[in-house]
Write a protein that binds this ligand. Structure first.
Ligand code: PRX
Length: 654
């Protein structure tokens, strides 16, 4: 973890940090908590399968499973023989109960427009879209790509797919045409659901136009459903493209939910890895629904009267698990916001919390660090007294940011749950149960009941206290079931580091004397920029795709707000000029290939890259250069002058 200098950490925050305090919830919180009895850790450890079976029982199954787990490492099957439907568990279950008229989604658009959908409203919309999708010939097992702004239809689209057994693959709306195309082609999706546009920082993000560019090379897409959100002009291809409001008008109001096998695929979600090509992480139905339902309830201490707000985008796993499937299967009321936290002013989030009485707020450290920088006047000007629990996700939270969040947003009354997990894990695995585990700022605390995590050395020896690799040593229900179309990559990436079905997370972590886990960031060629995971190879591939570039190496360097920022070292082909114009051209090229999240913050041109004698680029040294540190060991370099020259050049230019 980069021990970042906190932006604007004031003396009070520093003093609290000095105390080395463990933060416990109040007695009041504890007496009403969802989980109060610490025995649950022990009983889950003693009979893990039984624990998970009891959790699965909280869902409604069309047919009960006959075996809890089959584990043939690295392949797991959970709740074998069971049949259920995710959309049924998020909707039908509730409309038969008093929840029928409870608000499911309270949505606010960036321009200030609002919509509230009750469970009944959401149920109707999902049924209609499910029928519309069916009318286009989409069947169980087909893949449907979803490329949407943060509007209720994004949630509706996911649930409609789940209802008919189609596998959704949501592509974050900030990704470029090229990135969308790659994902559509890999999944061989036959339907795309998108919108004309969405709003972000006062601008229209023209999703349909971007999608049109992607679709030029996607013959597998037979139909496109387009939500009218921004009313902007879009090119429509007759026969292929359909307006959402028209296609859902004349269909029946009810669509029978498809009974899905527990191990049928619910969705594929692409995430970055250590190669240039993103991987399609597979999640199935029964185990995933079990774990997201449980963790939403327990970690967030969710009660019927809560107003839950997870600020993630549905394009990321956090949106899948903690906007769609977890909260809705629990019958929660939640807020969804379309736009940026600083639009039109830097208090937009705090105004939303005050306006809707948000009681549980779940966001990313990068956002918290930006709030710190913007200063306490913004939150102090809003009534945040409805908040009772805060969450953090996506990257290590530095202790200063934790304390600031606790003090200025939580008013020292709210437990802060730092939740560690990944796209691959499907649900939160390491986090405090807020009434049972005291929080240490900067630590995700301990594995949840039913989860077994350890710190291992390179050769698999367990470290009881100290740093190493974070490993998951027994299977859990929401674990990924594979990488779409690439079993070999699945085995090599996660399961070949150690024998006997031990999962390699790609994260470094340390364990302290109290058994608390401290996450230290990625140990592979994956970087985490503002909570978004990006592979350095992906950016390098995008750079070398430009005709002027001969070679490129990308590293993550510490950044005050984003956690990590992207620094690219580029060697140009002869005849090209390394000037500001070229720098801007290359940055733009990366944006077009991947999306603005991958835009390098720095590009440094260099005649040579530091390499070992066998030709391997020494990224560690590039990180030293990028972060302005003294150079580490250079003895393995083929030519040690390369890195010295680079360092001098870098210091001169920055
Ligand atoms: O490095 C860890 C970091 O984010 C990675 C997973 O990224 P992604 O699959 O995009 O999922 C993000 C949302 C779950 C992890 O390997 N990470 C996530 N949460 C934390 C974290 N690092 C430290 N503390 C966390 N709470």
């Amino acid at each position: 973890m980069s021990q970042l200098d906190p932006p604007n950490a004031n003396a009070e925050v520093s003093a609290l940090l000095e105390e080395n305090r463990i933060f416990h919830c109040s007695n009041e919180f504890k007496s009403h908590a969802v989980v109060k009895n610490a025995d649950i850790y022990q009983s889950a450890r003693e009979n893990r399968e039984n624990f998970w079976a009891e959790c699965a029982n909280k869902l409604e199954w069309f047919q009960k499973w006959n075996k809890v787990l089959e584990w043939k490492p690295p392949y797991a099957k959970w709740f074998i023989g069971g049949k259920l439907n995710a959309s049924y568990n998020c909707l039908d279950r509730h409309i038969k109960a008093p929840l029928r008229n409870k608000a499911a989604l309270i949505w606010e658009g960036e321009p200030g427009d609002q919509r509230t959908l009750t469970y009944w409203d959401l149920y109707r919309e999902v049924n209609k879209l499910a029928n519309a999708i069916k009318s286009l010939g989409v069947k169980k097992g087909d893949r449907v790509a979803i490329y949407m702004p943060m509007i209720p239809e994004a949630v509706i689209a996911m649930l409609a797919c789940a209802r008919i057994g189609a596998i959704h693959t949501v592509v974050f709306g900030g990704f470029s045409a090229e990135a969308l195309k790659d994902r559509i082609l890999d999944a061989q999706a036959n339907l795309l659901i998108t919108a004309d546009g969405g709003y972000r920082r006062g601008n229209v993000i023209a999703l349909k136009n971007t999608a049109n560019n992607a679709l030029k090379d996607c013959p597998c897409i037979k139909n496109v459903i387009v939500v009218k959100r921004t009313n902007t002009n879009v090119d429509f291809q007759p026969g292929r493209d359909h307006w959402y409001h028209e296609i859902t008008k004349s269909v029946a109001d009810y669509c029978e939910p498809e009974p899905m096998d527990s191990e049928d695929i619910l969705y594929i979600l692409y995430t970055s890895g250590t190669t240039g090509k993103p991987k399609g992480v597979i999640h199935t139905t029964g185990g995933y629904m079990t774990a997201v339902t449980l963790t939403t309830h327990w970690v967030f201490d969710l009660k019927p009267e809560d107003v839950f707000w997870c600020t993630a985008d549905v394009g990321w796993v956090t949106g899948h698990s903690y906007i769609v499937y977890g909260p809705l299967s629990n019958g929660a009321t939640q807020v969804i916001y379309e736009g940026s936290p600083d639009w039109p002013e830097r208090n937009r989030f705090w105004k939303i919390i005050a306006k809707y009485g948000v009681s549980i707020f779940y966001t990313a450290p990068t956002a918290i660090r930006a709030f710190m920088k913007w200063g306490t006047d913004w939150p102090e000007g809003c009534d945040l007294s409805s908040l009772r629990l805060l969450g953090s996700v996506g990257e290590p939270i530095n202790p200063e940011a934790w304390i600031w969040y606790h003090k200025y947003i939580g008013r020292e009354k709210c437990p802060v749950v730092d939740t560690w997990w990944q796209t691959e894990t499907g649900s939160i695995l390491i986090a405090p149960l807020p009434a049972l585990i005291g929080q240490k700022p900067g630590s995700a605390t301990k594995p949840l009941p039913g989860i077994e995590a350890k710190i291992l050395t390179e050769n698999g020896t367990e470290i009881k206290e100290g740093g190493g690799y974070l490993a998951l040593t027994s299977p859990w229900p929401s674990m990924l079931r594979g990488i779409y179309g690439d079993a070999q990559r699945f085995e090599e990436t996660y399961w070949n580091k150690w024998p006997n079905g031990i999962y390699f997370t790609g994260d470094g972590a340390k364990l302290d004397a109290d058994g608390y886990f401290w996450l230290l960031g990625r140990v592979d060629d994956v970087i985490n920029v503002a909570g978004h995971r990006i592979g350095t190879m992906e950016i390098e591939s995008a750079l070398v795709d430009h005709p002027a570039v001969a070679e490129a190496a990308v590293v993550g360097i510490a950044d005050e707000i984003k956690g990590q920022a992207i620094a690219a070292f580029v060697t140009l082909k002869e005849g090209n000029t390394s000037d500001k114009k070229m720098e801007d051209t290359l940055k733009q090229h990366v944006v077009e290939k991947i999306g603005s999240i991958a835009r390098p913050s720095k590009i440094l041109f260099t005649a040579d890259l530091p390499k070992t004698r066998s030709g391997k680029i020494m990224r560690r040294l590039l990180r030293d250069v990028g972060e302005g540190r003294a150079l580490g060991d250079v003895t393995t370099l083929a030519d040690s002058s390369v890195v010295e020259t680079l360092k001098k050049k870098y210091e001169k230019e920055t």
